[in-house]
Design a protein around this ligand. Structure first.
Ligand code: PLP
Length: 490
């Protein structure tokens, strides 16, 4: 297939007088489109739209739809992001007309099933997290972090403790942790990691005092290491009067096996669009429910779905100490329905297999490649691990080169240059949904790349060679995105 022929912008195919045809719209009872638009707001001249024939339009959009890499097109071992396969049954259940046609303002008595599902997910997540109560309102992990930190602020304020203005975050933390703390109006203090990737407890003790509102931890952390000292950390944090926050974006390896609430965490968020199998990427819709331990429920945001003694569901806006609204309505409802479908289709019996399988996959890849790639923190790891580039760096081949070459071989690249603890970080998370064949194919590709680095480094440094686009200027694209078409030739 000649993809490049159809890889331009639709405007670039425009030729004066080219046409596609459809049947004209029937003027129905509501009248024609012209009649429906008030004269004052109608265009005087035709808009400048591309003039193209039907096959060109079909090929253009069909090609565009396959230019993106996704979990449904290939292996996507993006560390920290948990890009697992999303079973299609979740999609089917979330897109039935009963769900898709709901209106958030419809009377409660007409939406009892929808509210029951919502309430059930609140209960299931509380059980999975070991928390007293959950809100499903936040739209993303970062939004959950902000909500959780606002809960913590409200708790301290309620006790008249206004001196707590700092949040302690490890140097291995995801970038959203310090960002959320800053948005919540709190000052960020960094705590160091030890060489094995876990939190340096002595450094933490030095930094804990009566000005600290919370300590945010990810467990297993972003290097894939489980924080074994978590009971002692929790005790130390609580003794200093601060609360312990759990970044649950890495909950996948612990599902049904260990619970943040039992480890001593007070507040947590979950990324439904990672662990609970909602498709994500490109900033697409997500959900970052927030759970709290007993004693903090009243600070959670409103509205909340509540059930009365007769089993009747309503949406409550009432609470004296609540944060109030952090979202419109009740959050991303269809994302919540996918997560509920995922949890119920696995059931209590099978959800405990997710973590061990994800952990097995990660350790399998790690062991199969650690003779060629630098492993700064020796295993075993949990669901993900970090290589610090190639072991033999004499060819000058970087992590970026390896990532680009993987694209040529049909794999999405792992997370690169994060965590910042190492210079050439390559963070691999295979998840539990990949077959042994897929893992072996990835291992083979990574071994071939190490071989190419030795024998043909210059070509490797020019990768990718086979993708629709070679090397976009990512900074330019982020700083000055071109969002509208301009004819640069005239
Ligand atoms: C993805 C992630 C987040 C942020 O979640 P978003 O939904 O992208 O805002 C926070 N912490 C960790 C460890 C993550 O992997």
């Amino acid at each position: 297939m000649n993809r490049t022929l159809y890889n331009h912008l639709i405007f670039e195919y425009s030729r004066k007088g080219r046409r596609g045809f459809t049947l004209p719209r029937r003027d129905d009872a509501a009248g024609s489109i012209e009649a429906a638009i008030p004269a004052a707001t109608r265009r005087e001249a035709s808009p400048e739209l591309p003039e193209v024939d039907e096959p060109t339009v079909v090929r253009h959009y069909t090609n565009m739809s396959t230019n993106n890499f996704g979990v449904d097109t290939g292996f996507y071992p993006l560390g920290s992001c948990t890009m697992k396969y999303n079973p299609k049954i979740n999609e089917a259940l979330a897109s039935t007309s009963a769900v898709a046609n709901l209106h958030p303002a419809q009377p409660f008595f007409t939406a009892q099933g929808a509210l029951a599902a919502y309430w059930q997910l609140q209960r299931l997540l509380s059980e999975i997290g070991g928390m007293a109560e959950f809100t499903l309102n936040p739209y993303a992990g970062a939004h959950g972090e902000l909500t959780g930190l606002m809960v913590i602020r409200a708790y301290h304020a309620d006790r008249g403790d206004s001196a707590r203005t700092k949040v302690i975050v490890p140097d291995s933390a995801h970038g959203t942790n310090p960002a959320s703390a800053a948005v919540a109006g709190l000052e960020v203090v960094e705590v160091h990691s030890r060489p094995d990737g876990t939190v340096d407890l002595d450094d933490l003790k030095d930094k804990l005092d009566e000005t600290v509102a919370a300590v945010m931890l990810t467990n297993p952390n972003t290097t894939g290491m489980f924080e074994r000292n978590i009971p002692e950390i929790a005790e130390t944090v609580h003794a200093a009067g601060a609360l312990l926050y759990y970044d649950g974006a890495n909950l996948n390896p612990m599902l049904g096996i260990a619970r943040p609430g039992d480890m001593g965490f007070d507040v947590m968020h979950i990324n439904l669009h990672k662990t609970f199998s909602t498709p994500h990427g490109g900033g697409g819709p997500g959900a970052g429910p927030v759970g709290v331990r007993h004693g903090l429920e009243s600070y959670l945001p409103t509205p909340r779905v509540v059930r009365d003694n007769n089993g009747y569901y309503t949406v409550s806006e009432q609470s004296n100490s609540s944060l109030g609204r952090i979202s419109s309505w009740l959050g991303n409802y269809t994302v919540l329905r996918r997560a509920l479908a995922y949890i119920l289709s696995l059931g209590k019996e099978n959800i405990v297999n997710v973590g061990p399988l994800a952990t097995l996959s990660a350790n399998y890849i790690m062991h199969s490649l650690c003779d060629l790639y630098e492993l700064p923190i020796p295993g075993p790891c949990k669901h993900e691990f970090v290589f610090d580039g190639l072991k033999d760096k004499s060819s000058g081949v970087t992590t970026l080169n390896i990532a680009k070459r993987l694209l040529d071989k049909g794999f999405h690249a792992p997370t690169i240059y994060f965590p910042l603890l190492f210079h050439e970080s390559l963070m691999i998370e295979p998840t539990e949904t990949e077959s042994r064949d897929t893992l072996d194919a990835f291992i083979l590709a990574m071994r071939q790349i190490a071989e190419e680095a030795k024998n043909n480094p210059d070509e490797l440094k020019q990768a990718p060679h086979h993708t629709p686009m070679a090397k976009p200027d990512e900074t330019e694209a982020a700083m000055h995105p071109r969002l509208t078409w301009k004819d640069l030739t005239s």
